[in-house]
Design a protein around this ligand. Sequence first.
Ligand SMILES: NC(=O)c1ccc[n+]([C@@H]2O[C@H](COP(=O)([O-])OP(=O)(O)OC[C@H]3O[C@@H](n4cnc5c(N)ncnc54)[C@H](O)[C@@H]3O)[C@@H](O)[C@H]2O)c1
Length: 371
Amino acid sequence: MIIGVPKEVKDHESRVGITPAGVKALTEAGHKVLVETHAGELSAFTDDEYQSAGAEIASSAHNVWGNADMVVKVKEPIEKEYGFFREGLVLFTYLHLAPIPVLTEKLLEKKVIAIAYETIRDKADTLPLLTPMSEVAGRMSVQVGASYLEKEKGGRGLLLGGVPGVPPANVCIIGGGIVGTNAAKIAIGMGAKVTIVDLNLNRLRELDDIFNGKVFTLASNSYNISRAVQEADLVIGGVLIPGAAAPKIVTKEMVAKMKKGAVIVDVAIDQGGCIETAKPTTHSNPAYEVNGVVHYCVTNMPAAVPNTSTLALTNATFPYVMRLTQMGAKKAILSDDGIRDGVNTYEGTLTCEPVAVSQKKSWKAVRELLA
Ligand SMILES: NC(=O)c1ccc[n+]([C@@H]2O[C@H](COP(=O)([O-])OP(=O)(O)OC[C@H]3O[C@@H](n4cnc5c(N)ncnc54)[C@H](O)[C@@H]3O)[C@@H](O)[C@H]2O)c1
């Protein structure tokens, strides 16, 4: 099979779909990998490294898309890539089709087999290709929050861990899932006083065990949240209700009562945010202030650390890339429930129910289609 790896073209996207290590494994398995020149540059992988691993370097996106049987990307294609779609092409990437009807239409029209990272499920019923980015964003949220607590950046001028004789900062993490747990690890490591709020009491029990008394856990209700954010120097939003917009559990009234110079990092902003005063920002202009509280609400935090993020993402995606190339898309889809869940469009048919529901389109399960 010929596998194509184009350079990402979405604004500020610096990750890449396959690393030199992946190229080596694919070429050793007898496949050909076409990598667009400079595709890995922002993730710190040079054309030379790809070539040494066995890739052929293509001079343009056109050469990659035009010759590949399967294209492996990171972000959903944008308008200037739609012209590359063609019948029989397998596309493996984050797609987030629900809010992009025009991309859905183009994939259907050109009969692309489009498999989305974000809808692949594993046997534990989790979303294994979303997890690594939540790990990155969770860890990064504390790093970013600590930086915005500095006076120069508009913060209270606090060192997260304090020093002997001076108390550490209070970090309140709302949502104790993957983002929240990873944020807690870093905040504890930096010496902060950490509180985790979650709706799920069993999750709070697990966190209490995992962190062995190093975090305070709080049941999520507006009374507890209101008190916790008022005391906090850094609030991290990591709530998720799968498939739904994030609930606004920190209200603007609660934000108004926060300390001046406190910092909010709303990681859940990609789902609309769980802080009422949060609005999406970009890496070019990541933070703003409301009532003297600094808000950092970047929707694609992992893009700031593309080397780590690319490695973390491809560690998770690569086994699926290998299965798709070794078996061929149709066989892999038929034999692997997780990959089947990932199929969003198949040769002109919409195969993902949530996308169909949100776009009011008809759909058919890929299992029925291939039966
Ligand atoms: N901004 C970014 O760059 C970026 C990157 C990765 C992930 N995210 C987002 O971060 C969010 C969290 O992701 P995750 O992987 O940690 O999800 P997760 O499912 O692992 O965790 C979410 C947690 O929120 C809890 N929760 C739900 N409702 C709650 C409520 N009312 N009060 C308190 N807790 C509540 C759940 O019980 C769960 O423990 C998602 O919106 C995800 O898309 C953003």
